[in-house]
Design a protein around this ligand. Structure first.
Ligand code: SAM
Length: 264
């Protein structure tokens, strides 16, 4: 009996399972970390491609079932736990993969892109609408907080769609597989604070940056930074960093705009 509360929609399409395993591991991977193995349908496809594997499952009954199922398999470790509190930096070099429980998909992906450790990419099956938001570009209706956060810290690629019929029980929505590859060259920034800043810029999506940022910085600093009539949806991920830096180091901006510099 599937526990809908835990987002239990099990994949039954062998073709889709193969495609996810190939997208995650290619020809093979030293280490694969799976989130939410469920009854092990994807685990089964990943195991032959992995030298070593671990899988984190929250449902204690499923974790016990998997331990028994693979009791004689030394290369697989079943971890009973919550992927939401996982420390991705604690695992070695490898890849992350999962048919994610939809109620926590964004939170899991966000925590991964912020601190990916040595897990070089994540391949996730998620709600299609969330996948589109993550991959959306500036000016697009779906572009927002999640797009900026994910694309600033990672490269994102929408791979393919998955219809409800590929699952049992079928979810009410379409799904999609995305690959998220954390960037090696993320500029030096206080990650938590920068993420709070992005969130602040999109607090009211239809409002200008000026109105959204009134509680973030003093009015004169906001005006000195310039471009405050724009809305968050018009800025690229790197534009957000530029703006953040201007507001975090106001003295440099104010000096640059000192009265003596003004054109006559
Ligand atoms: N991988 C299986 C498949 O494709 O058939 C199951 C995928 S099902 C969508 C999501 C799985 O994640 C379920 O087994 C569920 O119990 C588990 N799960 C739900 N919340 C979780 C969490 N916070 N941490 C780890 N696993 C979780």
């Amino acid at each position: 009996m599937a526990r809908q509360k835990l987002g239990q929609h099990f994949l039954v399409s062998s073709k889709i399972l193969d495609r996810i395993a190939i997208a995650a591991c290619g020809e093979g991977a030293d280490f694969v970390l799976e989130i939410g193995p469920g009854r092990g349908a994807l685990t089964e496809k990943l195991l032959p491609r992995a030298s070593r594997m671990a899988a984190i499952e929250l449902d204690y009954e499923l974790a016990a079932f998997l331990r028994e199922k693979w009791a004689g398999e030394p290369k697989l470790q079943i971890v009973e736990g919550n992927a939401l509190s996982a420390d991705w930096t604690a695992w070695g070099e490898g890849v992350l993969v999962g048919n994610l429980p939809y109620y926590v998909a964004s939170a899991i992906i966000t925590s991964y892109v912020l601190r990916p450790g040595a897990l070089r990419h994540g391949v996730f099956l998620i709600q299609r609408e969330v996948a589109e938001r993550i991959a959306a570009t500036p000016g697009n209706r779906e572009y927002g907080y999640l797009s900026v956060l994910c694309q600033f810290f990672a490269e994102v690629k929408l791979l393919f769609s998955v219809p409800p019929g590929a699952f049992h029980p079928p979810p009410k929505v379409d799904s999609a597989v995305i690959r998220v590859t954390p960037r090696a060259d993320v500029p030096e920034v206080d990650r938590e604070r920068f993420v709070r800043f992005i969130s602040e810029c999109f607090q009211h999506k239809r409002k200008t940056l000026r109105n959204n940022l009134l509680e973030w910085a003093p009015r004169d600093v906001i005006e000195a930074a310039g471009g405050m009539d724009r809305r968050g949806e018009q800025l690229s991920p790197t534009d957000f960093l530029d703006l953040y830096r201007k507001l975090e180091m106001p003295s440099q901006v104010v000096e640059a705009a000192a009265p003596g510099d003004e054109p006559n």
